[in-house]
Write a new protein. Sequence first.
Lengths: 353, 1022
Amino acid sequence: MTTATVKGNVLCYKGSNFFRQRLVLSVLSGKPIRISYIRAFEDEPGIKEFEVSLIRLFDKITNGSVIELNETGTSLYFQPGLLHGGTFSHECSTQRGVGYYLEALVMVGLFCKQPLNATLHGVTNNNIDPSADLIKTSMIRAVKNFVLDDEGLEIKVTKRGMLPLGGGEVIFKCPVRKQLRPVQLLDSGMVKRIRGTAFALRVSPAIANRIVDKAKGVLLNFLPDVYINTDQCRAEQVSNVVSNGEDPSIPEDVGEGAATRLLYEIYLGGVVDSSSQALVILCMALGQQDVSKFVTGPLTENAIGFLRHLKEFFGVTFKVAHESDEDSSGRGTQKVVLTCVGIGYKNISKRTI
Amino acid sequence: MDKEESREKCNKERNFKAFSMYSAVRAGRAARRALDLATKKHHLPVPIRTVATPPPYVIVVVGPPKVGKTTLIRSLIKHYTKQKVVKPIGPITIISGKNKKLTFMECNNDLNSMIDLAKVADLVLMIIDASFGFEMETFEFLNILQVHGFPKVMGVLTHLDLFKQNKRLNKIKKRLKHRFWTEIYQGAKLFYLSGMIGDGYHRREIMNLSRFISVMKFRPLVWRSTHPYVLVDRVEDLTDPELVKRNPTTARTVSFYGYSRGISFKPSIKIHIPGVGDLPMKDVSFLPDPCPLPEEQKKRKLLEKETLIYAPMCDVGETLYDKDAVYVEMGQNVRKLDLSSGEKDILVGEGVGIVNQLVKAAAPIDEACKASTVKLFAASSGIKGSADVFEGVRSDALGTETEPNPRIRRKVVFSDVESESDSGLRWKEHMADKAEQAFLQPRPPDLMGAVYNTNHTSAINSLDESEPEDDDFFSKERHEKVGDQEIAVTEDSSKIRETGLHWDEEDVQKLLRNKFVTGEWGSEDAEKLLMEDEESDADGDFEDLEIASSEHKAEESPRDVVQQSDRLRYEEKVLKKAEFDRMYDNKDNDGLFQEMKESFAKQARINESEFENEAAEQRIQYEGFRPGLYLRIVVENVPSEFCQHLDPSYPIIIGGLLSNEENIGFVHVRIKKHRWFPRILKNNDPLIISLGWRRFQTAMQYSMQDHNMRNRLLKYTPKHMHCRATFYGPLVTPNTGFLGVQTVDRTPGFRIAATGVVLEQDACFKVVKKLKLTGVPHKVFTNTAFIKDMFTSDLEVSKFIGASIRTVSGIRGTIKKTLSAPLGSFRATFEDKIKLSDIVFLRAWYPVEPLRYYNPVTSLLQADKGSWTGMKTVGQLRFERNLKARCKADSHYKLIKREPVQFSKLTIPKSLQAELPYKSKPKLLIKKSEKTVRKQKAKKKIFKIMSKEEKQINVLLQQLNTIKNLKLTTKLKKKQADQRRAKELEKDEAKALKRQKAWKKQINRKRSKREGVARRKSASAS
């Protein structure tokens, strides 16, 4: 990634990397950004459909944003307005999953003027983005650490949708909060039970059961308390293709793959899983002027990019260190402790009485 | 009975404890009252963010001119430091105690200074001339304080020696005190300085005042505990003098100095200097404290040499430490410098001592450096301080970090393992070992560098660092050309797609076996605890009582078991008691409150200890410049007027802005005209507002919120009520207070025009104005009417189709369709038939946008700082140009004369009256004259009881009377008839006479005519 050059008040970036992070942080910090050379030398230059859709989404939740895109779409100027929120629905691009958009909404949702009630249509599960279920179980739980009252913070997957046509529907509701609390999330604890959902769309229900059987087989090596639900009847609109973008595979492989990934995630460890790292980092940085601490597995590239961007947008530097654990054999990778002092971010959009 | 009662009473008095619960109701009430009082005392706990060495508290001395502000500061400084400051200008920092520093600042008589200092003052000494009483400035300042967070205020009455009579003095004191209390709070401290001795106040009184200052406790104020700020006590112009010489108006580079206050000062933030504007910082660094606290804390009192004073703006002290230079004021000592006498240095100051030492030094410092040696080990020979030695050391140090053959770290992405079955097998062979290695291999020592140094392109995901030898299942990442460089492209997804290791292998499973509850529990493991407990015998802590006890019972001998179980029971009891106490034995009975306080205290402890052991630079990187550090802030592009017209008696404040506060938008506020301000405020008139750190002029648009949340435009602020206002200005956190003034110059009267609080902010606000469109019907059917003159075109009508309209009398209707005939007319339906003479109107709401006017008050850039004028109000302009407000003749109010309505008399025709039933007939009696009334009253009927004879007589008499009457009436009738006949006869006769007369007259006239003619004939004939 490139570092930002500051021209007046504007942060200037080059390249298509971390597009979403930059928009999110720009909206939160109120700093305008200019991104140039977006895939400038590629066969299909400029921003892609899913990024346009993201910009549209930000236009919907903000008030007074200025968006300037050049003709080829290789250069973007974005001057954020104030976060407004409210009720709306958004048609997500099928190039990326709903998770791509949902993640951005989770990051800004607490700082809107009106409680967010977003209905996103698109692909709920694909192999690039975290699925709506993952965000529901992992990210929402992570955010709940930072607010005292989490009433109304929820994600509902009302319809599942797959490639190529999508057609899924996810409802995201988020309350409005004035500020975030500092947290000390140091103990990741142990795995006591495993719960899950297996789903199959437009195929025989037996396939979901085959997935469950195999996944359970892998997981039972570690823990007896494993229970995986099968979710059958939520498919509304899917194409005839069974696969989710990957090569065709048999249900047993899918089940084993899912279980392996879960074990890998447990192996990496931390208080939250690796996909929620950036979110927790953001919430810590935006907290009150107190020390927040959090233990995680090895930092993902996304999280590292986020840390760098946070420094540029908010001037927050995290202390990143390895956890000094005396006895960590059989407990996965060595953990990383992230420590920071919050900037005391306040929700300036929120209305007072 | 009485005896009984008295005995009881007696008992009650003697043994009142026995009767304490005599009345349950009363006891309940008492308990409730006690709780009420206790709860009343609670304040919402605020987070504790104190630092080990806090910045000096700012004490601002305020008052109108000639009340003794300078004298008080001089006396206080003399009391603290034994130094005489002739002219205290600018902030003066002194050490007031073993761990307390104070900064004194005098507030001059300028509204700008008052506003700025109110935002930074920790304690306000409000000086009041008792011989004169309160002045407007005092009240203005108090109102400013109330808006920007109320710091501690202490009143000081001076000029008390001007009162000759003691009685009058006491009276005045009491009056002033009570007025002061109503302004601040009941019982606010008011000090009396009885009079001057020499050029200062009484020593005893000043000492008392200083004691009060030293025990003062400061509650954190909201704005200051969320923003960093610096009260500048020294300013240096760093611009190249040559540039200034060439162009005196060139933008300057200025370094500001002062203690960091509020919260940590981050180098990345934007700053605002009230009176100058928003400026980006070029550089922030911290210097050693120019006024350090004494190091040893052994003695009770401060030594005289430790009572330092630091006041760069008013020529006190001799040494100034800068980042790259030290300035020493030598004064007269230069000439007296004696090289041979070293012991005399004790008498001279620190800075002069340093200079003396420098002068005395035999060799220059670079030569001394060259000659000096450093011994690393006791046995080794000294290393000479030459350039190559340093270089060698540096390369050695670097060598430990970089390996001889440095590996280029590149990000790798796993391809699908399943599709590559052959290589998958190979991979499997080493996977466990690799994973083990990856797990055990030393991490890069500098995670921070890996994250924040952008030259590291790779992620530090441990498994990604595997050697990229096997090209079969490692694919290189995509790259993107960006201008002249190439960067790696990432997917922009938070999901990781590696499936990692093969968990069906036994030794791979080992790697995370203990992450599950089925694995080892580490320090919490029951077995381990048991082992430890056996080793350390009796006094071990019991983390998990149940498991431990069950394990114990199985293994140990019966006697031990008995002892053990006793002890366990005891411990259990202790735990239970503690739990019980925690739940029920809460002294203040305020669990939530206590809990909050505890959590804040815990967080404060973490804040304090977390970065304690870090190096100073690291710490600043994480935390920013902590409050209490002495900062040097270099700012570029400062307007030259700032340096040209620098006046140290005006406070310079560097206020830090939070992330969103540099942006400008529409701010919606609740505002109230100050009750002492003489006029009401006009819509869209400019108003100078002090909000946050800033002072700026903007145009206010006043509105009032209706019950349906509609914001209606107001022409003027209400006189005694709150209203809403919208203006264009910088964004701040909602709930921030602000105040508005119309002018900042020295106008008589109360200057604070309005106060209020920020409610919300947005990119636009909907404020509407009522608009009534009127029309008249030109044709009326039963429920339908054609209306004209409301719109001018069909297009306008079509935009309002479906809109509700109304007549003046309240008949409602809707617009249905356009009509072709008169342009802009339409068909409308109503709930009833309307009249052709009705006026139909449509009530609409027209949105109005506030002016986009934002002009920071640049008072510090003026030569005369109090005379800043921005845009003038319409009223001011009219006054200056002697203009009158335009108004339409139609809008004038005229006296309306209303005649009392005269209703005509109701007359019912007689024929109708006759036909009416009796009930409906008019029963109006003619008013009787007084005479008849009297007569009727006089004539009283007497009823007689008559005998038969009398009755017969009476009847007879009646009959006779009747006969008589009848005779009389017939006679009368005959008479009347005769008279009538006679009259008629007369009439007829008169008529005949008249006729005869007329005849005669006619005949005579004819005759005379004929005679005349004959005469004329005869005459003519003759």
